[in-house]
Design a protein around this ligand. Sequence first.
Ligand SMILES: NC(=O)c1ccc[n+]([C@@H]2O[C@H](COP(=O)([O-])OP(=O)(O)OC[C@H]3O[C@@H](n4cnc5c(N)ncnc54)[C@H](O)[C@@H]3O)[C@@H](O)[C@H]2O)c1
Ligand SMILES: O=P(O)(O)OC[C@H](O)CO
Length: 428
Amino acid sequence: MCNSLAFPSPLCFPPPSCDGSVLRATHSPLYLLVIPFTHGSVYAVYGLYGRYVYDYSTLVEALARYRVAMIGSGAWACAAVRMMAQNTLAHDPADNFTDEIKMWVYEEEYEGRKLTEVINETHENPKYFPGFDLGSNVRAVPSIDEAVADADLIVFCAPHQFMHSICKQLIGKVKPGASAISLTKGMRVRPEGPQLISQMVRRNLGIDCAVLMGANIATDIGREQLSEAVIGYDNLDSAERFKKLFERPYFRVSLLPDPVGAEMCGTLKNIVALGAGVVDGLGLGPNSKATIIRQGLVEMRAFSKALYPSVRDDTFLDCCGVGDLVATCYGGRNRLVAEAWTRAQMSGTPRTFEELEAELLRGQKLQGVLTSNEVQEILRARCWESNYPLFTTINRIINGHLPPKFVVDYVVSELMRGSQMGDGTQQN
Ligand SMILES: NC(=O)c1ccc[n+]([C@@H]2O[C@H](COP(=O)([O-])OP(=O)(O)OC[C@H]3O[C@@H](n4cnc5c(N)ncnc54)[C@H](O)[C@@H]3O)[C@@H](O)[C@H]2O)c1
Ligand SMILES: O=P(O)(O)OC[C@H](O)CO
């Protein structure tokens, strides 16, 4: 917590001269009248806005200013930093944040110049989020150490394949007592088992890590269209602080005490979105896509609960579950690239996902193909493949082991043999 105030530190409180004196916080509009009581530890404090604070910890919280760092600078990282920057600039009596946000940018050349320089000069990220003003209080930095050095609140939003090396670089670099939130959708698979990104942050950096998940297509949020998200949390204080940091009139945030369920939803919907893209590439209509979305939701829930039994059913009906699934299966990048890939397959001029990612996304990263292979590794290792026919069929299609039309043919054959179409419960 950053206390940039001309106020006594906790160690010397009460100050020798605080008998009824008025203190002015250097960067705060609050005038404080500090009155010692006979019991010593309780004070009444009157502020300019008529707010009363009755104990020292509430006072410190009321005066705290949290410094924010964003780790990532892609499309969603930029849309998120833009919302945060709008909030940190909005001054009100309950303002909790310093104005400036440092954004770590994976440095690269953009039209012959360093991307960080371009962002700091134009306040726009022309490569990953063109056309949106991020805010003059966002400062792009190429050094990840500098970005987190004095940060109290750290927001992680890098593609999941880079998160392990990011965490390793940050070991021993974050401020003790900092807290984090992950906006990244994806997971890591290790020989000893899967690891969610929030677990990776917690384990490597020793700090609390919530997650923010929802139907959050970056450009729509940049255009300030209504969107919803949940903050999945273990630590309620930290979640409430992050809610203040993110919530905007067009971006509704609610708190959900199922962080694992929310993160599993965000991770797994990227596989289903590939299936939706294959359906679109085959030229099929909304009925077929609805079947994929429905079965996808069933398998997302079953798989999440098989790995993490504490995951709640209701989470899958929230904006991080069915909400994100619908948004991604209609408007996401995974859908887009899978559709183009399927069309290329069907027309006899096959292209690879890597080629199409580079061509269609121009530097943005596809998460679904990697996630499908990672999840399949878990299914294979646990002999669960037959319990997740949609996940498995999609994985075989994108790896060229089944033709695209199997994305619907498997449903037909499952129905013909009277199967419950794998709700994943058999192995539990
Ligand atoms: N874009 C969206 O609409 C959206 C919405 C919600 C969630 N997400 C999730 O947010 C996460 C981040 O996605 P995004 O959209 O912000 O990014 P992006 O796909 O738009 O951009 C890719 C980012 O990766 C960075 N990068 C490239 N190589 C790197 C390396 N070796 N190490 C570190 N960084 C590197 C690039 O600089 C760029 O910032 C993903 O998990 C994604 O699923 C995205
Ligand atoms: O564009 P996608 O497919 O990476 O999905 C974006 C977001 O995750 C939608 O919430």
